[in-house]
Design a binder for this molecule. Structure first.
Ligand SMILES: [Zn+2]
Length: 451
């Protein structure tokens, strides 16, 4: 039934334009609804336009204010009087007629197996016609005889969205077309609003094997709370070629809390280095980094508060184009030394996992001074930063000063020897979680190993 259409997601303060759609009454073509309201007349098309913008309650209000014979004070008008009801009926009848016309025009092309004509007619629809068709159950029943799966979903999206789709939806559409379960779930984790895209459950059932479809549908049902860590610069200090030096890192990510998990989402925007002679950011390269980060970081850590635990899952979202991101990374050809925001196309997954660690607020743990005393005060590290940047505080062991420094055999240290994670690598996450997502009555969450 068309009357049950949802309130549209777009809100606009522009004055209503006169509907010019097929089937709109001549009166409606002449006067925009706003003006009709002002003049005390609102016909079926005007009502529909109002209903689409502001919902049924608003229509009730306007009907209540429409002048009707003999009653002086608008406040005393019963919104459900016969005249209003008759107008409402007329509006509905006109709508049904429009829906039937559009339905026939479109479905006829498919009876004739002319998919190209069908799509061009879909594209030619006005906003109003699209809304009418989207809410027309009979249209969908007819369409299902000809289309299913991603083809049916494509029509749904075309009717629901005006103009070009948002970037994340384009990505999701591509992932679903390709049956890429991992990418689909990552996108649903990263962008809550994607869960409300129309037709998602149906296309998931059509496109994925049962187990994967069940997993994706479970994600659609998840209740989540989210918090951004915010961008924060931090300092680190270590020896470079026998000399103490300081460096700056940037922490920035988003936490998503669900019933059993906390997800750490890091949106990483990749850009080609202008010096590259050919494109270096290929699917193969990005897949190597995604796998590396997942292998090193996932399945290892969790947060605990009393008897409750939440497994921590890390999700790097590599982005291209002009998508907003937590970090910008330039990718250069070759395999030179990389840093947090400058990677090389030949970097192994372990290198990506190390740089990912910086994005979560972790300093390097190689070439470390033996003690805090070797870090000059002029570097202006905070007391917490100093603790993370000397061998004694990091390992508890005492060593003599050595200007080559000392390497921790772990991910943030000599990751060529070991990609081990230490609990301190989740320190920033635990602190951010406690500051933003801890609920009333919960003791502070602390990081521990997943068992
Ligand atoms: Zn590093």
């Amino acid at each position: 039934m068309i009357g049950a259409q949802p309130v549209p997601e777009r809100q606009s303060s522009e004055p209503d334009r006169a509907p010019t759609a097929v089937g709109a009454s001549p009166a409606a073509r002449r006067l925009p609804p706003a003006e009709q309201i002002a003049r005390g007349r609102l016909d079926a098309s005007g009502l529909l336009a109002l209903q689409r913008r502001a919902g049924n309650a608003a229509v009730g209000h306007v009907l209540a204010r429409q002048p009707s014979g003999g009653v002086k004070s608008p406040d005393l008008i019963n919104p459900f009087d016969d005249e209003a009801e008759a107008e409402w009926e007329a509006g509905m009848a006109e709508l049904n007629e429009l829906a039937a016309t559009l339905r026939k025009r479109l479905l006829d092309t498919l009876e004739g197996r002319d998919a190209i004509l069908f799509m061009s007619r879909i594209r030619a629809l006005s906003d109003r016609e699209r809304k009418v068709l989207e809410g027309d159950e009979e249209f969908w029943r007819g369409l299902r005889k000809h289309l299913s799966g991603v083809a049916l979903w494509a029509v749904r999206l075309r009717l629901h969205y005006t103009g070009s789709y948002p970037a994340a939806l384009r990505e999701l559409s591509l992932a679903i077309h390709e049956g890429d379960w991992s990418r689909t779930r990552t996108l649903l984790f990263a962008y809550d609003w994607l869960k409300t895209v129309p037709g998602l459950r149906e296309v998931i059932a059509a496109r994925f094997p049962v187990k994967q479809a069940d997993d994706l549908r479970a994600i659609l049902l998840e209740v989540t709370t989210r918090a951004e860590s915010g961008k924060r610069e931090y300092k680190e200090a270590h020896y470079e070629k026998g000399k103490m030096d300081w460096f700056q890192g940037t922490r920035n990510y988003e936490l998503v809390r669900t019933e059993h998990y906390v997800r750490v989402i890091v949106r990483i925007h990749l850009t080609e280095d202008a010096k590259n002679k050919a494109p270096e950011i290929t699917d193969k390269v990005v897949a190597r980094w995604e796998r590396g980060i997942a292998r090193v970081w996932n399945g290892k850590l969790r947060l605990r508060s009393g008897t409750r635990t939440l497994d921590v899952w890390f999700i790097p979202m590599f982005l291209f184009g002009d998508a907003p991101a937590h970090h910008d990374v330039t990718v250069t050809a070759g395999d030179d030394r990389s840093d947090e925001h400058h990677w090389h196309a030949d970097d192994e997954g372990d290198v990506a996992a190390h740089e990912f660690g910086h994005m979560l607020g972790n300093p390097d743990e190689y070439n470390l001074p033996a003690t805090a005393a070797e870090i000059p005060a002029s570097f202006k590290l905070t007391p917490d930063e100093i603790k993370r940047n000397n061998w004694k505080d990091v390992t508890g062991e005492t060593k003599a000063k050595d200007t080559d420094g000392y390497d921790v055999p772990a991910l943030m240290g000599s990751h060529y020897k070991s990609t081990r994670l230490h609990l301190r690598y989740a320190a920033d996450i635990a602190a951010t979680f406690n500051a933003t997502l801890k609920r009333a009555g919960e003791a502070d969450w602390v990081a521990e190993e997943q068992k």
